[in-house]
Design a protein. Sequence first.
Length: 219
Amino acid sequence: MLPLDVFPDENAALADGTEVRLRAVRPEDKALLLQGFEELSPESRYLRFLAAKPRLSDEDLRYLTEVDGDHHFALGAVRLREDGSEEPLGIARFVVSKDDPEIAEAAVAVKDAMHGKGVGKLLLHRLANVAANHGVKRFRCTVLADNAAMRALLTDLDPGAHVIRAVSGVAEIELLVPQPNEAAEALKRRLSLDRFLAHVAKQLAAVRVSSVPDEPLGD
């Protein structure tokens, strides 16, 4: 089991070539998190908090940044500016259930300017990796029932993601967290399939070559 308070900084590239850094959220990130929140539109804030959220209180900032790394883990995506400072792009977190350590409540938020670029997907998949290494088997996410973007993101992680409760336009979705051994087996199967397909392609190429009639040598 990996300690949750240790997440090595990871550099990654989005599909459009944007370079981002993933790192664990720290208590000293309050100003950075506040900056990210202020760059969310009112609509995005509502989608994340399921209510109008004009500002973050000091208590909110403490809760969102002073995570224990055991039951509550948060992961941020940032972009480095030319002066070396960090630009907040998105954040993801999970909080382990007090009743069942195999279940965790998960949430993801990405600032509007980065929507559709793959930041949320990257954050959710890395968050799932950390959760799996801590024994979490299932995520539960509370979202607006018509939040199609978030529902698609959850289905990308687990095609079997499903609504377990829906009340007044708010849905609780449960999904399986890919486990390390399952991910390794999936990769192994994919590599085996790739090798098989490569072998078939090679055989077909050989058949095509052997079936070409010899050119006449002429008189």
